[in-house]
Design a protein. Structure first.
Length: 176
């Protein structure tokens, strides 16, 4: 909590206050996390580093994240007609590629800094920029939810020529 509060104020000038902290236990995701930890340990012959990083997202899909984990975004826009992805204010679809509603191509440079991917940050201030669709409270205030993730492995910092739009295309999985 101290680390969270130390990265304020946020970009909108706000000074957040913590309303609640919830621990989410998903046995399937915990098992996958441990399997990947074992894979990295075996591959690199050492225990992988573990970091806690923040993820800001659309507040209407936080429960989906708790169930399925963080997934790379789709290459398709969410259609308002879609019963799964519609009406949530999403840029990209939550659906599989066979959704008959979510068929418009999504172009990363409209809303993603470095291409389609999962964005995590060491400072809550950075991740707050990606929080959207806050809950509107009766007193006019907005309530955002942010996810603190346990992340395995090494960080990848995009540098040099890779920061330019022309370099951002379908980047392969960079697990190394």
């Amino acid at each position: 909590m101290d680390k969270f509060m130390q990265s304020t104020p946020f970009h909108d000038g706000g000074h957040p206050y913590v309303v609640a902290i919830h621990a989410v236990q998903n046995d399937t995701l915990a098992k996958l996390h441990e399997e990947y930890r074992a894979y990295l340990r075996n591959k690199n012959k050492e225990e992988p580093s573990v970091r806690e990083l923040y993820h800001g997202t659309n507040n209407k899909i936080v429960d989906v994240l708790f169930k399925h984990g963080l997934q790379p975004p789709s290459d398709f826009q969410a259609s308002d007609r879609c019963p799964v992805s519609g009406g949530k204010g999403l840029c990209t679809s939550l659906c599989n590629n066979d959704c008959k509603h979510c068929v418009e191509r999504h172009y990363w440079d409209k809303c993603h800094m470095f291409g389609l991917g999962i964005y995590l940050a060491d400072l809550s201030q950075k991740s707050h920029r990606y929080c959207s669709q806050p809950e509107l409270l009766p007193n006019g205030r907005r309530r955002f939810r942010m996810v603190l993730c346990s992340v395995l492995g090494r960080a990848l910092e995009v540098a040099g020529h890779l920061k330019y739009k022309e370099a951002m295309h379908d980047v392969c999985n960079v697990r190394a």
